[in-house]
Design a protein around this ligand. Structure first.
Ligand code: NAG
Ligand code: NAG
Ligand code: NAG
Ligand code: NAG
Ligand code: NAG
Length: 784
């Protein structure tokens, strides 16, 4: 789950290497390794003797694993897929998979892997307006159904109330399933679907622990309730978290319908279950799928989210995913398939300041969502690294790990803890348990200056890396036990109009795209820091077992929170332009995105304070009112993506794993960079040719004024010439398509073997009223 750690394990590890879901099964002394495989079958080869594909799959599986073919395949058969994907998921040994490969209809398979999960000021911040523009034009998304793949939903939340909602669109085929703590009758005109997918999870982790979570659509975690209400929550007046962020809560598409597909459980979200949810959601008739979950980057044919999303895209469903919280390092972005909208996170102009004031009157800016009694004017301070139970073990005490602090040193003091390792809010509870009165949480160098506010259980604030160093030096400079250094934390509540904003969040994962550098990722950014949205009633806002507070709304951060903003906005665009393909919707969102913050400068990067680049923000910050009327779109269909996969030299088998379509790769090589994408990323290899140049082609479709003339404007980086041909596009009709080519010629750089340098430019097509903007990313590299 891609939230910036509110609790425990689940939220901290974002770029997990794929953990293969394997368990050992002991059988008469021989260890048989069972593993879950997702198997792609060619349905067209089903012998007519089978009534349904399920019977056929069952028979196929039975003949490999040697059980009776009456469909009772014990625990082996986990899911049957039929819509977004064709095939099944099953537990098999390696020997069994070998037998399976020989059977008719078998195309390919890949092992199951586990993923981790990666509010409401954002409508105002994004200039959504109830009296004009995209909200009223889209009827607030009323006819659109948003599928949210996550931890389920808290149905009693007022965000899922159906007051003011029209009847559910009659085409909807989904349903709500009952289970512990959840009755199908809890669904209504807002919450129109609620299903669970746990077979893959249980095959690996054992039965769901029903003491800890509900084996039903009910959300015991909060993440799913939060993301669903961010995309499509109904209006709730007087929403706040313990008084913070007070106002009206509403989703991006406040009248859109929500269908929840619970795919994430306590220790993660399994590919086989995610794929089953894709299959079901497509069959149910969702229009948009929101998936704030991510894992490692791998070839598209092995990436279930990419494969499931392809099936959804082929049915006209828009899929948006979180980019990951592994920033600010390069190449950290995930969910990078070109048919997915990959969403990074930005800040808004709202903050929750809580400053540190030291005994020498110096002030350090911090943020906090603490709500309770304030601290005294001056309390003694201590650095956790000097307060360990065993002084020789400063490495765990400085991080405030459980049980590492010595109460005799900490009692009555404000403790400075270093960030890292355990959850931020857990550090607070460790200080509290050791009788500390407050906490200052200092960023590690890798966190930079990006701050995340938490609803700590004790008076606490988060400060940047530099401030942390200064405070640590101050505390350690006074060694006197009689008069220790003092300080306090002052809480200022909610502050609006903060500048600069938006800023690219430190944690937001960055490009280049590690899988296909010719496709720029992330695609765009949206608010993902300090987002207020609905919460579960099962746990408190910190998610800690010791947190007895119950809140209706919570404020959390992560690309998980950015993704549903784009899902909700896509729902609005879908309602306003029902004919638009998923690629057209994404193009509209990207070419209209903004690069400018509220101080009229290019957005900065929270991790450095420096200017950000397209590697950080893709095409920019979503700008929904402009996206409604983008002028031109870069459209794409299934065949275009197949051409792209051919261009990546994917095998026939790998391509068929992703797409059901029969196809043959054209002889003439298709350059991946020629995919009709709304952004450009060129990789120039200095060692392969004396002249560094490339020409990329694009086709734009006119969705603005029927007769219009667009002129190209180019910003090229120093040492490069970028030109387009033709420089004018003259349209006479609506939906007319015109093509152009973009040529980049770059000077040679002095680079060491293995080094590369990335530079940025922009292309904007303008007809006077529409600005259709694309980032151009050019990487020069020197081979080893
Ligand atoms: C199930 O969850 C409860 C509550 O979190 C915990 O106390 C118990 O140990 C768990 N049981 C298993 C088998 O993990
Ligand atoms: C919001 O809360 C305030 C007090 O907290 C109350 O006076 C007001 O009536 C509430 N408004 C609504 C619409 O519930
Ligand atoms: C303190 O740490 C040292 C080194 O790790 C270890 O040898 C010693 O047993 C520890 N003492 C206590 C009281 O934990
Ligand atoms: C920020 O920009 C300055 C000036 O270009 C540069 O010297 C510095 O290295 C940059 N900082 C980081 C962290 O990239
Ligand atoms: C695909 O294969 C062709 C021919 O071997 C080669 O020229 C091209 O660079 C390859 N493309 C990629 C993306 O690897």
């Amino acid at each position: 789950m891609e939230t910036i750690s509110v609790s425990k394990i689940v939220y901290t590890s974002f770029l997990l290497a794929s953990i293969v879901a394997a368990t050992a099964f002991v059988n008469g002394g021989n260890e048989l390794h069972f593993q879950t495989y997702i198997v792609r079958m060619d349905k067209s080869l089903m012998p007519s003797s089978f009534a349904t594909h399920s019977h056929w799959y069952a028979s196929t599986l039975a003949s490999t694993i040697g059980v009776e073919s009456n469909g009772r395949l014990k625990d082996s058969f986990l899911h049957v897929y039929d819509v977004a994907f064709e095939g099944f998921a099953a537990r098999m040994t390696v020997d069994q998979t070998k037998a399976l490969e020989k059977l008719p209809g078998f195309i390919a398979m890949f092992p199951d892997t586990v993923r981790q999960l990666h509010t409401t000021h954002s409508p105002e911040f994004l200039h959504l307006n109830p009296s004009q523009g995209i909200w009223p034009q889209a009827d607030y998304g009323s006819d659109v159904i948003v599928g949210v793949f996550d931890t389920g939903v808290w149905p009693e939340s007022r965000s899922f109330g159906d007051n003011g909602m029209a009847p559910v669109p009659s085409r909807w085929k989904g349903q709500c399933v009952s289970g512990p703590g959840f009755k199908a009758s809890m669904c209504n005109r807002k919450l129109v679907g609620a299903r669970i997918f746990s077979s893959g999870y249980e095959a690996f982790s054992g039965p769901i622990n029903e003491t800890a979570e509900y084996k039903s659509p009910r959300d015991s975690d909060g993440h799913g309730t939060h993301t669903a209400s961010t995309a499509a929550g109904n209006y709730v007046f007087n929403a706040s978290l313990l008084g913070y962020g007070e106002g009206t809560a509403q989703g991006m598409a406040p009248k859109a319908r929500v269908a929840v597909y619970k795919v994430c459980w306590q220790s993660g979200c399994f590919d086989s279950d995610i794929l089953a949810a894709f299959d079901q959601a497509v069959a149910d008739g969702v229009d948009v799928i929101s998936l704030s979950v991510g894992g490692g980057v791998m070839p598209y044919s092995l990436d279930s989210i990419a494969v499931g999303a392809f099936g959804a895209m082929a049915r006209g469903i828009f899929v948006s995913c979180s980019a990951g919280n592994s920033g600010p390092g390069d190449l950290s972005v995930s969910n990078v398939a070109p048919w997915i909208a990959t969403v990074g996170a930005s800040t808004m102009d709202r903050a929750f300041p809580a400053n540190v004031i030291l005994g020498d009157s110096s002030v350090y800016a911090g943020v906090s969502l603490y709500s309770g009694k304030p601290l005294p004017e001056a309390a003694p301070l201590i650095y956790a690294g000097d307060a360990g139970i065993n002084n020789s073990d400063a490495s765990s005490s400085r991080l405030c790990l459980a049980g590492s602090l010595d109460p005799s040193l900490v009692r009555g003091r404000i403790v400075l803890c270093d960030r890292g390792n355990n959850a931020r809010v857990e550090k607070g509870s460790v200080v509290l348990a050791a009788s500390g009165v407050g906490m200052i949480l200092a960023n590690a160098a890798t966190d930079g200056e990006g701050l995340i506010a938490d609803s700590h259980l004790l008076p606490a604030t988060a400060v940047g890396f530099q401030a942390g160093n200064s405070i640590r030096t101050f505390i350690r400079s006074s060694t006197s036990k009689q008069s220790p250094p003092t300080g306090t934390i002052r809480f200022y509540g909610t502050k609006l109009g903060v500048a600069p904003a938006p800023v690219v969040a430190s944690f937001s994962s960055r490009g280049l795209n590690p899988e296909t550098p010719e496709i720029l990722k992330p695609d765009l950014i949206a608010p993902g820091v300090n987002i207020l949205a609905a919460w579960t009633g099962a746990i408190g806002p910190t998610g800690l077992a010791t947190d007895q507070r119950k809140v209706e709304f919570n404020i959390i951060s992560g690309t998980s929170m950015a993704c549903p903003h784009v899902s909700g906005l896509a729902a609005l665009l879908k309602a306003a332009h029902p004919q638009w393909s998923p690629a057209a919707i994404k193009s509209a969102l990207m070419t209209s995105a903004s690069l400018i913050d509220n101080t009229a400068h290019v957005m900065s990067d929270e991790s450095t304070g420096n200017l950000s680049t397209p590697l950080d923000y893709g095409a920019g910050e979503v700008n929904p009112e402009q996206a409604l009327d983008p002028g031109l779109i870069y459209d794409l269909n299934e065949d275009d993506y197949i051409g792209f996969l051919c261009g990546l030299n994917y095998s026939t088998k790998a391509i068929r794993l992703i797409t059901r379509k029969s196809f043959s790769c054209k002889k003439k090589a298709f350059l991946p960079g020629n995919l009709n994408y709304p952004s450009f990323s060129a990789v120039l290899d200095q060692s392969s040719s004396p002249v560094l140049t490339t020409t990329l082609s694009r086709t734009v479709t006119n969705v603005g004024d029927p007769s219009s003339v667009y002129t190209a404007e180019i910003i090229a980086p120093a040492g490069m010439q970028i030109s387009v041909k033709p420089e004018k596009l003259v349209f006479a009709d609506l939906h007319q398509k015109l093509s152009y080519s973009l040529t980049i010629v770059a000077d040679r750089l002095k680079l060491l073997p293995g080094d590369s340098e990335t530079e940025f430019g922009f292309l904007t097509w303008s007809d006077g009223s529409h600005q259709v903007q694309s980032p151009i990313v050019v990487t020069r590299q020197q081979a080893f």
